[in-house]
Design a protein around this ligand. Structure first.
Ligand code: ZN
Ligand code: ZN
Length: 141
């Protein structure tokens, strides 16, 4: 049996399909895996083999992959969620221009002053960029 087939069977037996597919596509160094070194090797193969990447992409729905693609461009998954899926988190951060600066702020509908601004991500501690992570309507929050 060739490596690609062996690896695909391993991944199918593990049961990572379809839920973990986006994470596997956007992960690296064989993560996430089933906690064994065989599992890590199998996932690493998928992440580095063009043919297997196409194979695994076809096993998930494109919506999940598109979401993961956006998520992977943020500093962390929580930040992605509070900007692009605020209704799920109950908190909404957005970036808006004030004078000549772009600032990340908490969305507080109805509030006219006393805005809360953030320069660092409250969840992962990374410094925020001075532009949206993804420059489109969704990405501006
Ligand atoms: Zn392969
Ligand atoms: Zn973050």
């Amino acid at each position: 049996m060739d490596t690609c087939l062996e690896v695909r069977n391993y991944i199918l037996d593990w049961g990572a399909i379809p839920n973990l597919v986006p994470m596997i596509i956007f992960g690296s160094d064989g993560f996430p895996n089933d906690g064994t070194s065989d599992g890590q090797k199998a996932v690493e193969h998928i992440q580095n083999c063009q043919k297997c990447k196409f194979w695994i992409r076809d096993l998930t729905n494109t919506e999940d992959v598109a979401r993961m693609e956006r998520l992977s461009r943020y500093c962390c998954s929580t930040m992605f969620a509070v900007v692009e899926e605020p209704e799920k988190k109950g908190i909404h951060l957005k970036i808006r221009q004030f004078r000549d600066e772009n600032l990340w702020m908490l969305d507080q509908p109805g509030r006219e002053f006393g805005f809360e601004f953030f320069s660092f991500c409250p969840w992962c501690g990374n410094k925020f960029p001075e532009h949206p992570f993804i420059d489109d309507d969704k990405g501006r929050g």
